[in-house]
Ligand binder design. Structure first.
Ligand code: SF4
Length: 67
């Protein structure tokens, strides 16, 4: 399991933004994620590129997800 910190994709509101997967809620509340998890980034600047990121990735577009 990966332990997540502020600024990383797993805690960003754009991580899997359009998936609504229950697993992503678990990632946010537990601040941890399986090492093989990936999700599309929904940031408006990146979404057209269909960027896939891991929970421990990150970028300057980070916006904290609601708890
Ligand atoms: S790539 Fe940036 S905007 Fe996309 S989920 Fe990760 S931190 Fe958020």
């Amino acid at each position: 399991m990966l332990t997540l910190h502020e600024g990383q994709c797993g805690l960003c509101k754009h991580f899997g933004e359009h998936d609504n997967a229950p697993q992503l809620v678990q990632v946010r509340t537990s601040k941890s994620a399986p090492e093989d998890l990936k999700a599309d980034c929904g940031h408006p600047k990146l979404e057209p590129l269909h960027l896939t990121v891991t929970p421990d990735s990150g970028c300057e577009g980070f916006e904290a997800a609601a708890a």
